[in-house]
Design a protein around this ligand. Structure first.
Ligand SMILES: *Cc1c(COP(=O)(O)O)cnc(C)c1O
Length: 476
């Protein structure tokens, strides 16, 4: 009896609370002169109001005390609506020192590429129009000659990304046949690209040879049968096997292919057009070297060491590339005009290596000397000390940055960094608050220090970092 009464009480109470909730129209009416809502589309305001009211209603029905009171509905609406109209894809400050960071968009485009994207996309273009004949033209002819000039290849085609390039080449050259690959080269790149998976999706049968650490020419030789359609070499771009190792060079493999009339392909991953060893970095295989080794087809990314837009570049012998061009899948993987514009502008810079290194952000950051990082670190340190000195220890430290993005496995670049040891909050909280700031600042933690690596911090970002840190540390 007692329980019944209580239930009844709460029932009427619920009823009253639900009845007291303002209606959507009522809320709309009361904000109609509120200029904070003027820049927000009505659909967004409506959706926000409805979702807030629904949330309160659910709480009432569950007998919980709603977190949002009726008098706060308008304030909550403006917060939610502003959140809804924010862009989801936003710039972040990369203070990790990882130059090619796949999670943060890999290569930054050079000015020339940005300008060309604007020029090409604001206007109609000859994307697939041959100006000379007035007939239909070929999309990638904008870059084919240039790529051939820079890599010494006979022919080239570009597609959406390197994974697409590998897929397309495998599907064209080796569908329903066996593809011979060394066990040591069955790599996974960034979780979603695995050589064995892409192989089976493209309709090829994987024939593994050798062992994880050693593969010899005779392993390939013995694997060749009348089922063999392709010999594949994959550049192990994100790891390194050390110690007792052996692998077969592309030249040897190409000769073997020629002898047996089987095409040879190399997936270079992050192909480069310049010799990084001239800048004190380890040697990374050049695309032109792979081409001159005699491979029939070589694939590489546009947005790794090349420093251009996301793209997959396929170069090689004319008859092989012609077959790839004729594959209907090419259409499904085609490069869009913005990318093509950016790629052409980036590639053009490579005609003068000095210019490329100066103007292409990826090359500039990778070849940045320790001394240059020291100067940048000192400037940042000075800027930070002004704002956060009493709340954190700001120091310089000799650390290392990593190129990332499947290039230069294991390489560490000597870099002077700025370290911050907060006094009032934990370093984990500092990391979190910087990450959630606008714009987000992404750095790394080492021990109880937060590390800002100047190698990937861009011009003008010192002030933003300093202001953001100030806000976080001063209010705790
Ligand atoms: C990065 C990489 C790929 C994938 O290239 P995307 O351009 O990211 O599609 C494929 N193969 C190798 C060896 C790579 O390093």
């Amino acid at each position: 009896m007692k329980i019944d009464k209580k239930r009844k009480m709460s029932h009427t109470d619920k009823h009253r609370q639900l009845r007291d909730l303002p209606g959507v129209d009522h809320i709309l009416e009361s904000i109609k002169d509120d200029d904070r809502f003027f820049e927000i589309p009505r659909t967004v305001i409506l959706a926000s109001i409805r979702s807030i009211l629904e949330k309160i209603r659910q709480e009432i029905l569950k007998d919980n005390k709603p977190e949002i009171q009726n008098k706060d509905i308008i304030e909550k609406t403006i917060i939610m609506a502003r959140e809804k109209i924010k862009n989801r894809l936003i710039p972040v400050i990369n203070a990790t020192g990882v130059v090619l960071h796949t999670n943060m968009g890999r290569a930054l485009l050079c000015e020339d590429a940005l300008e060309n994207i604007k020029t090409i996309s604001q206007s109609y273009s000859n994307l697939e129009l041959n100006i000379n004949t007035g007939k239909r033209g070929i999309r990638y002819s904008a870059v084919e000659e240039l790529i051939c000039e820079l890599t010494c290849a006979q022919s080239a085609i570009v597609v959406n990304n390197n994974a697409g390039a590998v897929f397309l080449a495998l599907n064209t050259l080796a569908k329903d046949t066996q593809v011979v690959v060394s066990r040591g080269e069955l790599v996974e790149i960034g979780g979603s690209f695995r050589v064995p998976d892409i192989m089976s999706k493209s309709g090829c049968h994987l024939k593994e040879v050798g062992t994880t650490n050693r593969t010899h020419l005779k392993d390939y030789e013995q694997a060749i049968t009348d089922q063999t359609g392709l010999l594949l070499k994959v550049h192990t771009s994100n790891y390194k096997i050390e110690g007792f190792t052996a692998s077969v060079g592309l030249s040897e493999l190409s000769q073997l292919g020629k002898k047996n009339n089987i095409p040879v392909m190399e997936d270079l991953g992050s192909g480069t057009l310049i010799d990084f060893s001239a800048y004190g970095l380890p040697f990374e295989p050049l695309v032109s070297d792979s081409v001159s080794s005699g491979a029939d087809v070589v694939t590489f990314s546009g947005d790794k060491l090349l420093g251009g837009p996301q793209a997959g570049i396929i170069v090689g012998k004319k008859d092989t590339i012609d077959k790839i061009k004729a594959n209907p899948l090419t259409r499904a993987l085609r490069i869009d005009k913005l990318t093509l514009g950016a790629l052409e502008a980036t590639l053009k810079l490579y005609r003068d290596e000095k210019q490329a290194v100066r103007k292409i952000p990826t090359l500039r950051m990778l070849t940045m000397s320790y001394e240059q990082t020291r100067q940048k670190a000192c400037a940042l340190e000075k800027c930070l000390k002004k704002t956060i000195e009493p709340y954190a220890l700001v120091e310089l430290a000799d650390l290392e940055s990593r190129p990332g993005g499947g290039s230069f496995p294991e390489l560490k670049l000597p870099t002077q960094c700025v370290t911050i040891t907060p006094k009032n909050i934990s370093v984990a909280k500092l990391e979190r608050n910087l990450r959630l700031a606008t714009p987000p600042i992404i750095g790394r933690i080492e021990g109880d220090r937060y590390i800002l690596d100047p190698r990937t911090i861009q011009i003008g970002q010192d002030e933003i970092i300093s202001t953001t840190l100030g806000k976080i540390l001063l209010k705790k």
